[in-house]
Design a protein around this ligand. Structure first.
Ligand code: NAP
Length: 287
């Protein structure tokens, strides 16, 4: 294991956002260490210093933060507050000078609602550690559309309980771009950056853009929450996630998730990526 003092530790490095963070840090010439539970799966760039670790087992983290001076913290699930408390504590002990946390839009507010409350706990834990922080708070990811891949492939249909409600989905690469700026340029400590994509789109509009990218029609089929729940159960989604996602559908239908924020462009100096672009890049996953 290399211990260059400029080392950046990335957790969640094999996932949707973390993969982008790793590749953008490498492109910027930064030394990267990645934490994964499965280092043997060979999913990381050979330039990355790969360490085995599990956020559920804090005793595995001391080795991961040794010689590290910045951390990108990405944790998932209802226990992410506890997990990030353990990571922040290890980071403080190792003299880490900045933690950039992948959070969620609306975190930090007094909410008991699903995923937002998990991330609020993570933010509180990182603040408590005393290590300088930045919170990157994206709304819904464009990559959530991959959930439709099976029904598009099998039936040419998308089933959704979002009705005509709009969201402003964000490209994971834009989330990573903001995180990498926060990790590598001054002025982001103590800041929370709420982020969205550049346009508010209903599910029907996203489906039309996906159909254009695929070059074939896709039918949008509105469904009730009960039918959506059955579909998520059938897809093997964990119960805690289903319970967290169903109330969000009601927020989307009410029109309260449609806000478009200018933050990505303000921070990166270029327009946020559009859904049509994500759809073109990922069309292969739906064929
Ligand atoms: N989807 C959305 O619309 C949305 C919106 C806002 C915020 N978010 C937040 O974004 C995050 C999800 O990001 P993502 O989609 O990039 O994740 P993802 O693709 O689901 O990947 C999850 C990553 O977490 C790692 N991981 C899981 N459990 C772990 C553990 N116990 N110890 C160490 N690593 C662990 C996995 O690594 P290994 O398997 O290699 O160990 C993997 O790299 C969540 O915090 C979610 O709340 C999502």
């Amino acid at each position: 294991m290399s211990t260059s003092r400029r080392m950046i530790l990335v957790t969640g490095a094999t996932g949707t956002v973390g993969r982008e963070v790793v590749s953008q840090l490498l492109a910027a010439g930064q030394p990267v260490r990645a934490l994964t539970r499965h280092p043997d799966r060979g999913r990381l760039d050979p330039r990355v210093d790969v360490v085995r670790g599990d956020l559920e087992r804090p005793e595995t983290l001391a080795e991961a933060v040794k010689g590290v001076d910045r951390v990108f913290s990405l944790a998932v699930g209802p226990r992410l507050g506890e997990q990030e408390a353990g990571l922040a504590e290890a980071a403080r002990g190792a003299g880490v000078r900045h933690i950039v946390k992948l959070s969620v839009l609306g975190a930090g507010e007094n909410t008991r609602r699903g995923v937002v409350s998990w991330h609020s706990a993570g933010e509180r834990a990182i603040r408590r550690s005393g290590v300088p922080w930045t919170f990157v708070q994206p709304g819904t990811f464009m990559s959530n559309s991959l959930f439709w891949a099976d029904s598009i492939r099998r039936e040419g249909r998308v089933y959704s309980n979002f009705g005509d409600g709009r969201t402003a989905p964000i490209h994971p690469r834009d989330i990573a771009a903001v995180a990498v700026l926060a990790l590598t340029t001054p002025g982001h400590e103590g800041k929370a950056w709420p982020l969205t994509g550049p346009e508010a789109l209903s599910t029907g509009e996203q489906v039309r853009l996906l159909a254009a990218a695929l070059g074939r029609p896709i039918e949008f089929v509105p469904i009730s929450d009960e039918v959506a729940r059955a579909g998520m159960e059938q897809a093997g989604m964990p119960a805690y996630l289903i319970e967290a996602l169903l109330p969000f559908a009601a927020v989307v239908r009410s029109g309260k998730a449609a806000e478009v924020l200018p933050t990505v462009e303000q921070l990166t100096g270029r327009p946020a990526l559009r859904f049509a672009e994500w759809a073109r890049e990922n069309a292969g996953a739906f064929r």
